[in-house]
Design a binder for this molecule. Structure first.
Ligand code: BES
Ligand code: MN
Ligand code: ZN
Length: 494
């Protein structure tokens, strides 16, 4: 992995990265940034390089906007390359975008030295490092192809020790996101429920405070996880329930995270058409995000207790598959009539939510799921749909998600639609005929939240879990959506 060092002065003269702001070009004459930046360093080539960098801005047609990056070659000079990057208004998001642009512009470099402005905050360092790491991600199966050469980054700051926690937080956040992206990108020929559970268990290893329990089909049957067993019934690879827990000594708040873990979604007997099925290996992205965020919280030593539940199943067709019209008995006894076997996610989540409420009695309950195609119909392909009855809790999560550089929008839980859930055969229809996609799915889940009803958040993140093309810190494919936002939010709890 890309190695970062915080240093007080440039130590290597290969590629020097100079941040520029939109106002750098309009200032006239004197030693403005980036020249001023270099002048603050007691570094020998500073004056010459600074003057050149300043003269370069108009010639290179740079505006200092976040996302701009231009390499300037100095064949006879030392350093031999100057890379000018725009940092926009200098907030964390701009630095994250700048870091991502830097990763792409410097992908052929082996090492770069980034000179930060004298007033660079912790958030600037964090944004730069996260952007760089997230945009440098490559899925391991294809790594041989176009892996970036960049292996070392020196970040020049006035007081290196002051930013070391910020650097650690950025590294752990990016590393957690990498774990979620890797799981989600993995083909379903490898990724069955058992494999997914093993990947999580392997990360737990002997980290004090972290434990994992994986329930096998026999145990799920004995305890009444009927939704998970119904959905997993059609597959040769049986379902599993991962229960991951982070229990630090001082914690006062207990959060349960639940993530949908469908390792492939064919739609089952209500089979999906070809284009809709193509990417259904990503249907465990919610489970990957909550697992990764929990491991990240442990790595950051966050003082909050977390229990993470990932119901894992493959939604297949076979003689063992569940059928439309079947009645499923969920954990705790509520029943649902299957209207469409493609509405499988809510069935496995229902079991996990009911189990969390009955057996874990947490303070807060949050689930993430690639639950409906309607998410992108309503909100496009970058924004998750967030549901909660609790304004404070919803607000805190929305803030964390947006500060982390992810996007979510609050959606309603309309009282008028609740009656659509009424079934003649069971307590609930799994997917009401009146539609309402993402909204009615949320209403279905709410029925399983019991006492936690107003301390629960549901996030339908079908849309932003995947990127059709690379964009800023996102790489093509799995985005790891939710890992960054959850980690930010968990860091506000104790
Ligand atoms: N996994 C899908 C939702 C999905 C669709 C995720 C597109 C990512 C991209 C989910 O299991 C599903 O099939 N939902 C159905 C529900 C319907 C049958 C009520 C849907 O949204 O069409
Ligand atoms: Mn489905
Ligand atoms: Zn699904």
């Amino acid at each position: 992995m890309l190695a970062f060092r915080l240093v007080a002065e440039p130590e290597r003269l290969d590629t020097l990265v100079l941040p520029t702001r939109p106002d750098d070009r309009t200032d006239d004459g004197d030693a403005d940034a980036p020249a001023a930046l270099l002048a603050t360093l007691g570094w020998e080539p500073a004056e010459e390089v600074g003057a050149e960098a300043r003269a370069l801005l108009p010639v290179a047609r740079l505006h200092g906007r976040a996302g701009e990056a231009r390499m300037h070659l100095r064949p006879l000079g030392s350093p031999g390359r100057l890379l000018l990057i725009g940092t926009g208004d200098g907030d964390e998001a701009a630095w994250r975008t700048a870091g991502a642009a830097l990763a792409r512009a410097a992908s052929a470099e082996e090492h770069v030295t980034v000179v930060m402005p004298a007033d660079a905050t912790d958030l600037a360092v964090r944004g730069l490092v996260e952007g760089l790491l997230l945009a440098s991600y490559r899925f391991r199966l294809t790594e041989a192809g176009d892996s970036p050469a960049l292996s070392g980054v020196d970040v020049v700051v006035a007081d290196p020790a002051a930013h070391s926690r910020s650097l650690d937080v950025a590294r752990i956040t990016a590393e957690s996101t990498r774990f979620a992206r890797d799981l989600t990108n993995t083909p379903s020929s490898t990724k069955n429920p058992q494999w997914f559970a093993e990947q999580v268990a392997a990360e737990v290893a002997d980290r004090p405070g972290l434990t994992v329990r994986v329930r096998e089909p026999e145990e799920l049957a004995a305890e009444g996880f009927g939704g998970l067993l119904a959905v997993g019934g059609g597959s040769a690879s049986g379902p599993r329930l991962v229960e991951l827990s982070w229990q630090p000594a001082q914690a006062t708040t207990h959060v349960v995270l639940v993530g949908k873990g469908i390792t492939f979604d064919t739609g089952g007997i209500s089979i999906k058409p070809v284009p809709a099925m193509k990417l259904m290996r990503k249907d465990m992205a919610g489970g990957a995000a909550v697992a990764a965020a929990t491991l990240g919280a442990a790595a950051l030593d966050l003082p909050v207790r977390i229990t993470t539940l990932i119901p894992l199943a493959e939604n297949m067709l076979s003689g063992g598959a569940f059928r439309p019209g079947d009645v499923v008995r969920h954990y705790g006894g509520l029943t649902s009539e299957t209207t469409n076997s493609d509405a499988e996610g809510r069935l496995v989540l229902a079991d996990a939510l009911a189990y969390a409420v009955a057996e874990l009695a947490p303070d807060l309950l949050v689930d993430l799921a690639t639950l409906t195609g309607a998410n992108s119909v309503a909100l496009g392909n970058r924004t998750a749909a967030l549901y909660s009855e609790n304004d404070d809790l919803a607000g805190a999560l929305l803030t964390a998600v947006s500060e982390a550089g992810e996007s979510a929008w609050r959606m309603p839980l309309p009282a008028d639609y609740v009656e659509y859930l009424g079934s003649d055969l069971a307590d609930l229809y799994s997917a009401p005929a009146q539609g309402g996609g993402s909204v009615t799915a949320a209403l279905f889940l709410r029925e399983f939240t019991g006492d936690l009803r107003d301390r629960w958040v549901h996030v339908d993140m079908s849309a932003p879990s995947w990127a059709a093309a690379a964009d800023a810190e996102l790489t093509k494919g799995a985005t790891g959506w939710g890992v960054r936002g959850l980690l930010r939010w968990l860091a506000t709890l104790d």
